[in-house]
Design a protein around this ligand. Structure first.
Ligand SMILES: [Fe+2]
Ligand SMILES: [Fe+2]
Length: 236
């Protein structure tokens, strides 16, 4: 079985899965849990992420209340239909940009589902408030790495998907720089408005785990297109 890591109160990481080594996140409070990311996996070479999530939830005695993705890129949502079939009681929640993405449509149709049947709740506002036994789970639509980016905040941790933090640049150029700044401002103003203190920031893949971070400062730095770091010429 793939590794399960307890990284913060109520936050578990499963995986990694697939060629791009994606995590599956479980956010837990008592007997209620939310799942984030439904990645692909290498057939025959590793446990299926939906089975691993089910086993882990059974082990901790929690039921899956919500299932979510950070954005509609294949490495984060390829198993969407498998998770949907494994957790028929869970509430699948997505931003409109995710639900209406070509990727989700392709995944749904290829499994014989109309795309509209995959999600139980689709939100089109900037923000969506969920809760696990009263503990807030905040979803913020904030495109930086992709048009369908949703950043999440839970128990003082930001789950940042594929955002590159600390610079305006990302691993692609799918979102206009002005919209990236707008998204960062949106996240900052919502956190201030809610008086919500983010202490940790975890990337969607689980490869960047910032445990004691000044998140507002990091977001400020993320608005700047820093010059590339040049390798210093070796002397002598
Ligand atoms: Fe991505
Ligand atoms: Fe990714």
């Amino acid at each position: 079985m793939k590794k399960v890591s307890h990284l913060a109160p109520g936050i578990l990481k499963l995986g990694p899965y697939g060629r791009h080594r994606n995590a599956v996140w479980l956010l837990v409070n008592g007997d209620e849990a939310a799942l984030l990311e439904m990645p692909n996996y290498r057939q025959g070479r590793e446990a299926r992420p939906w089975s691993a999530a089910k086993r882990c939830l059974r082990g901790i005695g929690a039921r899956l209340k919500y299932a979510l993705i950070s954005h509609a890129h294949i490495d984060h949502c390829q198993s969407l239909v498998k998770f949907r079939e494994t957790f028929p009681e869970a509430h699948f929640v997505a931003h409109q940009s995710q639900a209406e993405s070509a990727m989700v449509a392709r995944l749904a149709w290829s499994a014989g589902y109309p795309p509209a049947d995959i999600f139980d709740q689709v939100f089109s506002d900037d923000v969506c408030f969920l809760d696990l036994n009263g503990e807030p789970l905040i979803l913020l639509h904030a495109p930086k790495h992709s048009a369908s980016d949703v950043m999440m905040a839970y128990r003082g941790t930001a789950l940042t998907g594929d955002w590159y933090l600390g610079d305006l640049k990302d691993c692609n150029a799918l979102v206009h720089p002005a919209q990236k700044v707008h998204s960062i401002n949106r996240v900052q103003s919502w956190l201030r408005h809610l008086d919500y203190d983010v202490k940790r920031a975890f990337s969607g893949h689980g490869d960047c785990l910032l445990m004691d971070v000044d998140f507002q400062r990091l977001l400020e730095q993320s608005k700047v297109d820093h010059p590339p770091v040049r390798k210093r010429a070796r002397r002598g």
